[in-house]
Design a protein around this ligand. Structure first.
Ligand SMILES: *Cc1c(COP(=O)(O)O)cnc(C)c1O
Length: 373
């Protein structure tokens, strides 16, 4: 008896493993493993959800018109060229499905966001990995991987899990140098957190060029990860393709009303950015002062490097912190087994992490190096 045959590229996908969210036995748990905001969603978004409750028997507006208009108004964009999705993961998948034929290549970077690999393989494409330099994407290395079969380049800017970014000038240089048939996708999931003059989420490039698309999300600074809401901005041709491929009702009515309300609450957005602006440098400094290396980050998380000696590794730190209810993200799957990624949390969580890391480092002195085999 034969069985239905799964496409080989689908079987090449390693299912995405999310960060842990629990810490068995700990009295209180601080989840610092998924880059969620410690401020939670806007109270206006919560209110909009409550008000929606009696209406949920009705299908949503499949075109998400109100939401696209609100996004257009908030960012100065043409709403006709906004596509909404169930998270930006959905937008990334629509792009891959629209542009990759079996065997086509799509490039992402060495420590780049793993969702790219999944959507490339799911579409039948071939993932091509460009090396990074010091945990930062390299435009020249990306260009070095381009072939006749390349259809898409995915760049997370800033990147997760490294926290590094490419300045506007480098993204422009990449867009200029890529062959015109290659679509550059700039995933700007953390754009709202970046406080750098030389950074841009590249919306102006997507507005003016046929071969640049930008993806954004409501999962991070807006605190709506559970509702699944993201969007893309691209040329009319790219948007038309995505609208053909997407599920007719890919964005729920809950996501639409909460997204519109969240965009209206500018004070909440700026409070979240201000919180990060304060605690990102504080955590970086305090953790470096313990003698641990922290990769410079412009986003709402940092990657912390641990030694290789037994008792001091990232896995040891992960166990030590988890036992204290502090749940960080192991990022071995990103080629960074020496690191843990820490999301900037509430003041209480941040102070507890620094104290616990201090204890962890102090425990090394109690257990001399010679102890390892
Ligand atoms: C979290 C994250 C996203 C957002 O994914 P959603 O599907 O919108 O929740 C996108 N890109 C990167 C790099 C991320 O870290």
């Amino acid at each position: 008896m034969t069985k239905p045959v799964v496409r080989p590229s689908v079987l090449a996908i390693d299912p995405y493993v999310p960060g842990k969210s629990g810490a068995p036995g700990a009295a209180r748990v601080f989840k610092l493993s998924a880059n969620e905001t410690p401020l939670g969603p806007s109270p206006r978004a919560i209110e909009a959800l409550r008000a929606l409750a009696p209406e949920i028997a009705a299908y949503p507006d499949g075109a998400a018109t109100r939401l696209r208009q609100a996004i257009g108004a908030a960012h100065g964009l043409d709403p006709e060229r906004v596509v909404c999705g169930a998270g930006s993961d959905n937008i990334l998948a629509l792009i891959a499905l629209s542009f990759l034929r079996e065997g086509d290549e799509a490039i992402y970077t060495q420590h780049g966001f793993l969702a790219y690999r999944i959507v490339i393989l799911a579409a039948g494409g071939v993932p091509v990995i460009a090396p990074e330099t010091d945990y930062r994407a390299s435009v020249d290395a990306i260009l070095g991987k381009v072939t006749e079969r390349t259809k898409i380049v995915f760049v997370a800017n800033p990147n997760n899990p490294t926290g590094s970014f490419l300045p506007r000038s480098e993204i422009e240089r990449l867009a200029d140098a890529l062959p015109s048939h290659v679509l550059l996708v700039v995933d700007a999931a953390y754009a709202e957190y970046v406080r750098r003059e030389d950074y841009s989420p590249a919306l102006e490039l997507a507005a003016t060029r046929e071969n640049v698309a930008v993806t954004r999300t409501f999962s991070k600074i807006y605190g709506l990860a559970g509702l699944r809401l993201g969007w893309g901005y691209a040329s009319a041709q790219v948007v038309d393709a995505m609208n053909r491929v997407r599920d007719p009702f890919n964005v729920s009515s809950a996501a639409i009303v909460a997204g519109v309300a969240a965009l209206e609450d500018k004070a909440h957005l700026s409070a979240a950015a201000t919180h990060n602006e304060r605690w990102l440098p504080w955590l970086t400094r305090e953790i470096e002062a313990l003698g641990l290396e922290v990769l410079p980050s412009v986003a709402n998380f940092i990657a912390i490097r641990f030694p290789l000696e037994a008792g001091r590794t990232a896995a040891d730190a992960d166990r030590f912190l988890t036992a204290r209810g502090l749940v960080l993200r192991a990022i071995g799957a990103y080629g960074m087994p020496q690191f843990l990624r820490l999301t900037i949390g509430s003041e209480e969580a941040n102070r507890l992490v620094v104290a616990a890391l201090g204890e962890f480092v102090a425990s090394w002195r109690a257990a001399p190096r010679a102890a390892h085999g």
